[in-house]
Design a binder for this molecule. Structure first.
Ligand code: FPP
Length: 274
């Protein structure tokens, strides 16, 4: 967290927000649905692609802030399997922006020791975007700091289907297919995000109360944080606010915060504890 204070102005609102965080209870994994680029552009009478262009700076700031905070993993939803339904010109612009971002950001990713990973089915992307991604993934492969997952041509259902098929392929290779039993652990080991923690905090911008086919398996117990702020307006302070709110949540994972003493339960039930 000290790395973050190095870039904050003392006594600024961001400084105070960062000071209010408990460094021992930071989320290990933050996932973000970056939404509202189109509406941001429309509000300004601009074409939708202007919103995507304006969305690059918050990507940069969020990645750097998370890395400086010491977050283990950040996943950004950049393009869903459903986004192909958008006009061709918009989709093409997204690939151009992605290439521009990767080219411009690689030195910063390296400086911040960030490892870039792609989750989804990037093989359907234009060759030039695939090449840029592959080269950034390879260049940052040995970095030991934050893992940055870019979800590209990603779908939560597709991921689960891919995982199950990989489990089946593995069993076929090992000759164990005839008595294969699929369990949660087997699926988890074959998800695109295998080896990393599940998201603790899922942020969605632009106020929509939807999951939009994002990390369906992994968000089982994520804390959800929805802000009205549109993605191009999402600043470092908004991220810090989301984390501060996360730290107020009582996470029970289906259990209880504090086990009730048996006697207390017995009194309520009217039967002795033993
Ligand atoms: C959702 O807004 C946003 C996207 C589908 C694309 C996200 C892309 C960026 C933030 C650009 C740069 C990304 C990287 C990784 C460099 P929307 O278009 O659905 O907005 P709307 O709901 O207001 O129409």
């Amino acid at each position: 967290m000290q790395d973050l204070f190095a870039v904050l102005a003392p006594d600024s609102a961001e400084w105070d927000l960062a000071r209010s965080l408990d460094p021992a209870r930071l989320p290990a994994h933050i996932a973000v649905i970056m939404d509202g680029n189109g509406r941001w552009a429309k509000q300004r009478g601009l074409p939708r692609v202007a919103g995507h262009k304006a969305g690059v700076e918050p990507v940069r700031a969020t990645v750097e802030t998370c890395a400086r905070l010491g977050i283990e993993c950040l996943t950004l939803y950049a393009f869903s399997v459903e986004n192909w339904k958008r006009p061709r010109t918009e989709v093409d612009t997204l690939w151009r922006l992605l290439r521009y971002y990767l080219k411009a950001e690689l030195p910063r990713l390296q400086r911040n020791n960030i490892r870039l990973c792609v989750i989804g089915r990037p093989d359907s992307l234009p060759e030039s975007a695939q090449e840029e991604l592959e080269s950034c993934v390879a260049a940052t492969h040995d970095n030991t700091g934050m893992r940055l997952n870019l979800a590209i041509n990603y779908g939560g259902r597709t991921e689960i289907v891919d995982a199950v098929n990989r489990v089946i392929d593995d069993a076929r290779r090992k000759g164990t297919l005839s008595h294969l039993k699929v369990d949660e652990e087997a699926i988890e080991r074959h998800l695109y995000t295998a080896g990393g923690p599940d998201p603790d905090l899922l942020i969605r911008t632009s106020g929509e109360m939807r999951i939009s086919n994002f990390l369906l398996w992994q968000i089982a117990y994520a804390e959800l944080y929805v802000t009205e702020t549109l993605w191009p307006d999402f600043k470092r302070a908004d991220l810090l606010r989301a984390i501060a709110e996360y730290q107020k949540r009582d996470r029970r994972f289906g259990g209880l915060t504090r086990a009730k003493p048996e006697e207390e339960e017995a009194e309520v039930l009217g039967v002795p504890a033993r």
